[in-house]
Design a protein around this ligand. Structure first.
Ligand code: CA
Length: 427
């Protein structure tokens, strides 16, 4: 067993992992949790147990990794991520050894184990990082094409720049919330009818989700430097699921000529566990052929996409749930490495704890579209949900849930979920 790597499917843990769990010993994501008796602190997770990392460190079990108790305090993972890829890799490898079947040091220390391994239903999860800057890309070709068809025409659906650079915009970090936080239906200006010449003010009538995956960065380049595509993945900690809530009517009225603003910045929701890029290594796949060829600074060799199944569902007040789309992270046209290289090519600096979202991830088939805008084609073909009612966009009381996982050779590496209930607009 000592020759196995942390990703090996033969690696098993003494800790109980329920069948179908997103969190086997090969995952070991990072997050921030609190309990009734103690405030926010860093954790990993196995099965349905949260592992209190500060207690593991205090017991001397992380000696030699360069990681210490103080890295786990402070209510966010930023200090821990400051130890860089080397620190996070050493931590994950040590944890995987401590949890493996034949390793007794934590398994047989009953007092420590009962204190440091807490059932997930006793944990409150928090946003894992204090997000510095938030960038949102637009990297799914099918999504960009669909939106172009709806708002322009199918012949000119993709703008001329789209196949040459990963289009993106700077979002706002202050309104990024953790899964479970409700979203308030936003107020704003929009056109009451398509041919109206003046707007009205009111609650959005077109509240939508965007099925995305976001990556979080280690400390990056200094201002004026850039990150080459070939090195870009070294700056990526891991991924979270991301719902970029959108108010389509507000967005459609305001976006010319500078792009997304109040139709976007009222809320975005992230899943609480950062799944490390190291844990996703077995799920690398090649991306789509890029035609026309990209400029040299965006060219890359090897596999830089990841096969991660994604889905979104709507739950209503009766507790029932309807899956409305199934997509995959591998559908992106631009890789994360290309996004990060492009982001910094002008010398823009990336810092520890920045969050970069993929943009809505739509596959080729209509049931894989990652937004209601596309699934209902601008509201013209409403979806039916389990209670028989229809949805063009989200209604008050709806809960939107996104889930994601990768699976291969019997190992499932998952993200858990990101969910949020829609609350009525403030009167
Ligand atoms: Ca978005």
């Amino acid at each position: 067993m000592s020759n196995l790597t942390a990703n090996d499917p033969r690696w098993t843990s003494w800790a109980e992992v329920p069948a179908g769990s997103d969190f086997p010993v090969q995952n070991l994501p990072l997050g921030i949790f609190s309990t009734v008796d103690a405030g926010p602190r860093a954790a990993s997770r196995i099965g349905d147990l949260v592992l209190d990392l500060a207690l593991v460190a205090e017991a001397g079990l992380l000696t030699g990794t360069g990681i210490d108790t103080h890295h786990f305090r402070g209510g966010s993972l930023n200090a821990l991520l400051g130890t860089g890829r080397q620190g996070i890799r050493a931590l994950r490898e040590r944890l995987s050894v401590l949890l493996r079947s034949d390793e007794a040091v934590l398994r047989d220390d009953t007092p420590l184990r009962s204190k440091a391994m807490i059932p997930i239903d006793r944990a409150v999860m928090h946003l894992p990082v204090q997000v510095g800057d938030y960038t949102d890309f637009y990297s799914s070709r099918q999504h960009a094409y669909n939106v172009g068809c709806m708002f322009r025409d199918p012949k000119n659906a993709l703008m001329p720049n789209w196949t040459h650079l990963p289009v993106g915009y700077h979002g706002r970090s202050s309104s990024i919330v953790v899964s479970g936080t409700p979203v308030r239906r936003p107020m704003g200006q929009y056109k009451p009818t398509p041919d109206a010449t003046a707007p009205v003010f009111g609650a959005t009538r077109q509240l939508d989700m965007e099925l995305e995956v976001a990556f979080i960065t280690f400390s990056g380049n200094a201002l004026g430097d850039r990150i080459p595509t070939a090195e870009a993945e070294e700056y990526i900690v891991g991924l979270v699921l991301f719902n970029d809530w959108s108010a389509r009517d507000i967005q459609a009225w305001e976006y010319v000529p500078l792009g997304p603003f109040l139709g976007k910045n009222f809320c975005s929701s992230a899943s609480p566990w950062i799944v490390l890029l190291d844990a996703l290594e077995p799920f690398r796949v090649s991306g789509p052929r890029q035609d026309p060829p990209v400029l040299p600074y965006l060219q890359q060799q090897g596999d830089h996409h990841f096969d991660i199944a994604l889905e979104a569902s709507i739950a209503t007040g009766d507790g029932g749930e309807t899956t409305i789309c199934r997509s995959n992270f591998k559908h992106l046209y631009w890789s994360m490495a290309q996004q990060l290289a492009h982001h910094t090519v002008n010398g823009c600096n990336v810092r520890c704890g920045d969050l970069m979202a993929s943009g809505t991830i739509s596959g080729d088939s209509p049931d894989s579209y990652g937004s209601l805008l596309e699934l209902t084609w601008k509201g013209t073909g409403p979806l039916k949900v389990h209670d028989g009612s229809e949805r063009k966009f989200l209604e008050d009381g709806d809960t939107l849930i996104m889930r994601g996982h990768a699976e291969k050779d019997g190992v499932r590496i998952g993200f858990g979920e990101v969910r949020g209930e829609v609350l009525p607009a403030m009167p």
